[in-house]
Design a protein around this ligand. Sequence first.
Ligand code: PLP
Length: 628
Amino acid sequence: MAKDIYGVNEWGDGLITVLENGHIGLCHPDNPAQAPTDLLSLIQNLQQRGIETPVLLRITDFLKSRIDEINQSFASAIAEYDYKGRYQGVFPIKVNQQAEVIERIAEYGRLYDFGFEVGSKAELLIALSLNLGERAAIICNGIKDTEFLQLAMMSMKLGFNIFIVLESPRELELVLDVVKDSDIRPQLGIRIKLTNTVSGKWAESSGDRSTFGLTIAQIMDVVERLRETGYLDCLKLQHSHLGSQIPSIIEIRKSAQEACQFFAELRREGVPLTYLDLGGGLGVDYTGEQSAAANSINYSLKEYCLNIIETVKDMMDSNGVEHPTIITESGRACVAQSSLLIFNVLEATHFDSEYEVVAEENDHPLLLKMLEIQTYLNRERIQECWNDLKYYREEIRALFRRNQVSLAMTARTERAYLYLMNRIKTVLLDPEAMTEDMHEALVQAADIYHCNFSLFQSLPDVWAIDQLHPLAPIQRLHEAPVRAAILSDITCDSDGKIDKFVLGEGISDTLPVHDLIEGEDYYLGVFFVGAYQETLGDLHNLFGDTNVVTVALSEDGGFDILKEQDGDTIYEVLSYVEYEPKQLIAAFKANVEKAVKGGRLSPSDRRQMLRSYTDSMNGYTYFEHAEH
Ligand SMILES: Cc1ncc(COP(=O)(O)O)c(C=O)c1O
């Protein structure tokens, strides 16, 4: 059945299904009894309203259910193991910075004190404008400049539960510089580089060679420096990012174990840690294989939570350390499933034809031999037929180049080739006839379905890191697909194609598709694109366009500046991701006002904080030199 061809049952995770009418259905995650929404009808309705494909659909119910599931699974694991600490998740804003998504996560997560992880000034400004639960954490990761640190530390006075995670010994000196001569006692975290490596596409973000975090030697230096300056009591959190899309649960356990051992040892050194942040890593089963393969995972969300809680509890108990509050920074697992991209197919290029070519008296002998292939075309001799077909075509092409056959005869041969290719494909519908060479030939001869989307804009990871997303037609799924295709986008770039697909029987180089019907739209859906896909690569962490300067070298060894273009301000990049910066400022102002009313902030602090926030908003997205 067509449903199994695309593996919807395997990867659909109870959210995506195939309806009786052959359309894709979207199921309500919390109410399986509710009739699924017909995706084709939804798209057609949008079309009537003037909203054309390609369209990115964000399904809020999927998002809410994921936030609930993560928090509730941790809560039941805590109850099951009688863990004495709490769980408090944070969402890493870089995984999906869009205002609509962030605001919903804040809303759905308030109940659970779900917070945010920020990796840049722009992301910090977003987090500070949100209405978060009382204990929700804001984890400041990434390399920070003085302006970032000042704003983060002052915002603690507003009641935000902010942690400044030290990524390097240099950053500690910047922090000490900001707090000197003030009464600020910042909440600090320390990012520890785990030695344990994990597998998968993001293996490099773990182990000794990972970019961020302190080595064992540096950790001891930082602890000593904090002790000597009188700030050791501020070090509350240990951050140990396990990785991203970790395929195997055993690897998660091992890394968590190592993180716990560091925690216990640091406690022994007199560091008053109470928060253990295990970063990201909880994966998504994009292929539905339930295996430790790159685009899959061999564990469930429940298992992940149980294993984390069990590991931390066992490790802390064996070290005689109180159970810490556990933080995770699951980005992908929160949002991937909640967005899907729908686009229409514009046209198809076929590399075979049903148009029969019949031998004629004046045909070139090589063409006649080519047409004779039909007389021995069967499963046993399929490879021979394919070899002969290629050979005769190449020979005719060679003769054409040497002016020995006409254009018309060459064209007849090309048509005969396409027809015979079609005949060969028919025999190959019987999978037992398939050899490795023939498989390759078939892929070479696959149709190209030209689709109305840009890979670079909408699915950057498919292009950049061979990320696989489930992909299927959203209609005609009760009809067997009769063709095999790869997909090409509308950018004028040969890389703008998709040629790896998740199917029920495994990963395939072609996608089974239906013939296009004149006058009827044929839509394809790419599922689970909510994480890392919505914002183009160069806006990662909301770092925008850099400043651009055009320079000519002058004769005296100097230079002339021909043109200066200012890079993006934070104000500008925030507008690109659907924020209304004026509203952010207003929301921040309201938070500040609350702190003044509550006596946590003086009126002059208020002025300084507002100035600092608006200065950042109008500043460059990259690091700026501190003003002296
Ligand atoms: C520090 C940190 N936290 C969290 C994440 C999110 O990871 P994931 O999306 O796998 O949950 C990342 C991404 O690599 C990260 O670098």
